[in-house]
Each structure stands twice: as C-alpha cells, then as structure tokens.
Design a protein around this ligand. Sequence first.
Ligand code: 8YV
Length: 313
Amino acid sequence: MTKPEIAIVGVYPAWDMEAIDAAYTAHRLWEAGDRDSFIDSIGANVRAIATRGELGASADLMCRFPKLEIVSCYGVGTDAIDLSYARGHGIRVTNTPDVLTNDVADLGIALMLATARQIPQSDRFVRDGSWAKGNMPLVTRVYGKKVGIVGMGRIGQAIARRASGFDCEIAYTSRTPKAEIPYRYFDSAASLADWAEFLIVIVSGGEGTKDIINAEVLSALGPNGFLINISRGTTVDEAALLEALENGRIKGAGLDVFRNEPKIDARFMALPNVVLHPHHGSGTIETRQAMGKLVRDNLAAHFAGKELLTPVA
Ligand code: 8YV
C-alpha cells in the first residue's frame, strides 16, 4: 500500500522522525534549499502537515496543498495555525493538550523561584569566586506570596495547585469567572496585577490576547512585583516590559517566551533582574515523547478513518 504523503514543517526528535518515516512519505520542508520550489514539486499529493506550535501553519502554506486533510500540531497552542482557513477548507486540526500541562506548570514555578531567589545569579556568584569576597545579596521570598494567574485553563490550574503548596494566596483573571475554580477572580489583568506580587501569564496567544500585559498592568504590578511569562511573546507589550525592567518599575521577570524567538531583543541580555529561558516549557524528554506520540496517533487515526484523539474545536 502506498504511504500517505505528509509535509513536516520543522524537525522532531529522532524517535518521531523514524516512526513518521515508517508510516508516511515525509517531505522535510526545513531541509529544502529552495522551499518554494520544493513545495511546488510535492504540493499536489500532500494530505497532511505535521508542524510544531511555534511554526504553525499559515493560510499561505496550507493553500499550497490542495489535497490537505489535516494539520497535526506538536504543542497545545494553535495561535500560529490559521484556524479559520482550516475550518473554511474542511482541514482538520489537532494539537497536544494535557500531556504537557504539568511540565509547563513546573516551569512557571521554576521561573518564579529562579527569578525571586536569583538562582542563576547565585550560581554565577559561586562560580566566579564572589562568594569568597562576601555574602550574596539578599533576595525575595516566594512562599506565602500573592500569585496572580492570567489565564485559568488547564495549565493555569496546575500552576495554582503547585503555588498552593508554597502556601501562596492565589487569584486569577480570565475572560469569565469559572464557577468550579475556588480562587478569587479579578475582571482585568490590571486589577489582578495591582493585587499580586507575582503575575504569571499563561493565556493562549493570538489576536485576542495581544499585549494584554501592557504598561498599565506592569505599573499596577509595581516595583516589588515579578512577571512570569510562559504563554506567548505576543501577550506582553515587550517595549513596555523592557522599559519597566530597565527602570525598576517592576522588580524582575522570568521569561520563557519572547516576541522575536530565537533572536530576542538584545536589551534583555543586559538586564540583571531577568531569568531568560528558551521557549522550552514542554521540553522534557518524557513530555516530548508523549507529544510526538500524540502527533502521530492523531495522524494515524485520521488516515484510518477513526476519531481524532485531540481535535482542535
Ligand atoms: C511548544 C508550545 O513548545 O505547546 C505549546 O503551545 O509552547 C509550543 O510552542 C513547541 O511546539 C515545541 O516545538
């Protein structure tokens, strides 16, 4: 039987590539010297796109594949996929929710601790011999603090459970209050920031949440507040954030996501009060194996005419 042809937008770990190659004729878009001509040469027969969250699938890409049936995304966020184009053309979309929830929540807590307790700075302090010359400057406590969570989906709830373990007080904002959530609700990011000592952003990306963390929210968070962003670079007005960090309008930030990844604004590198992380919230071996399996299982279900495991509504 001939294998279905699929286009892969960006590389996956070797274990996924091997399994994909065994089941499909897989066209590697990232390896093409001339991507456009390569897509022209394969476009007519491609029935699926396998992509990653940050690479997505634009309408411009999808329209090159007239027989496209499904886009399977490695990642929970679908903001880089043109869902309305997909819907309009009967193209199914899947993502990888749940399997990455706990890792991303772990990273939110890790960045909160790393930023407030200055873990990277402490590591440098020991390595460069500063310790022999004096004590490490005092840092900020985490336990018992007020943690405001922007976005109370699956990952937001997992962060809240973890922060409860640090005896933190928890509140959140989201489009509407959630009856089943026991935490205090604020109806805006600014009012939540005004209350919080740590503001953790974990909303979906996309136009609806662009710049929801703006200068007003940062000024409400204030000079003793910390911002943690594990959502998307688009949710934070980065010019306002840099200005706030450079001028002590907030105390610090732990950032996994940025506007221009991976070539982030060089001003971040000069800041002593940030912990920078390379968009790697789900980047553990265990979770990436589960994500890859889900990408492949969704494709397999589609081509077997079975129900998709994790379709995007
Ligand atoms: C993944 C993500 O990190 O799950 C998500 O939404 O943040 C993604 O960007 C990425 O897809 C892994 O390549």
